[in-house]
Design a protein around this ligand. Structure first.
Ligand code: GLN
Length: 276
């Protein structure tokens, strides 16, 4: 079979399995197996496919048909233009979360100490450190298996960051200029209604925000003042319908509380400055 035929088979299988992005995913898996760019593909599409590559591709298509996320098959996801390693122990970095990074970077300066609470793959912290030299970073997570992924990402990106196992702030010491967090925020009852890729393959611990989805916001808002320097800032990613409640809760401890929308026009980030 030619490479073009192998790709056509992959597309057909994923479409039959009703994989939402079947067309793109069939391509990404081919790219992963062959290392071909679009351009290479057009030059080589009529070449005969090597047996081992064809077999590897078919196995991946089979897995993707079973709703295993594409990123678990390729082992990585791009975030802020940087490639991050992922596996089933961390949330796959989402494009929406780039808003949190972009907003916070408007305030983060050289010499600052920042803390990423519920760091997961480390994508928030590490992309800031990569893009803003001279910032010192710490990342906390309850999951040791997530921290192992974050540490690998740190080493690959060649930045300095310290990761600590901590149930929220229990293991955190010192005070920071900025605390960032994309905590689990999906109401418990909703998690099981999410798409199979998410509910069956991403860590529930990274998704489930308790009965109303707001458990971690309440805890972090109440405890964070102890860990911020005077005038320090707190940045959250939030669910599209959570801005009202999170903003109200933040106002007890924070001033200038601001909501930022994502590219789809939905509320996505809330931040504020610690009251003096
Ligand atoms: N902070 C990580 C991320 O944004 C993990 C978030 C989470 O586990 N809820 O990808």
């Amino acid at each position: 079979m030619t490479i073009r035929q192998v790709l056509a088979e992959g597309r057909k299988k994923l479409r039959e399995a009703q994989i939402p992005d079947w067309e793109l995913d069939a391509w990404y898996l081919l790219e992963y197996v062959t290392g071909y760019t679009r351009n290479d593909y057009f030059l080589h599409q009529e070449d005969e496919t090597a047996d081992d590559r064809k077999q590897q591709y078919e196995e991946l298509i089979q897995k993707r048909s079973g709703h295993i996320p594409l990123q678990h098959l390729t082992g990585s996801q791009e975030f802020m233009g940087i490639s991050f390693l992922v596996n089933e122990h961390v949330l796959i970095p989402r494009q929406d979360t780039e808003i949190l990074v972009e907003e916070s970077m408007k305030y983060i300066r050289e010499g600052m100490h920042i803390l990423d609470m519920c760091t997961g793959s480390g994508c928030i912290l590490l992309s800031i450190l990569k893009l803003k030299p001279g910032v010192a970073g710490w990342g906390a997570d309850l999951s040791e298996r997530a921290l192992a992924v974050a540490e690998k990402n740190r080493d690959r990106l060649n930045v300095q960051a310290e990761f600590l196992k901590s149930d929220l702030f229990s293991g955190v010491t010192g005070r920071y200029d900025c605390i960032l967090s994309n905590p689990p925020y999906i109401p418990s009852g909703i998690v099981d209604t999410l798409m199979e890729e998410v509910r069956g393959h991403e860590p529930r611990q990274a998704l489930d925000g308790g009965k109303d989805g707001l458990y971690y916001y309440r805890k972090i808002i109440e405890q964070s003042p102890e860990y911020l320097k005077p005038g320090g800032m707190l940045f959250f990613e939030i669910g599209y319908d959570q801005s009202e409640t999170v903003r109200e809760q933040m106002k007890d401890f924070y001033t200038g509380v601001t909501v930022v929308k994502d590219l789809a026009g939905l509320d996505r980030v809330v931040y504020g400055r610690l009251r003096s």
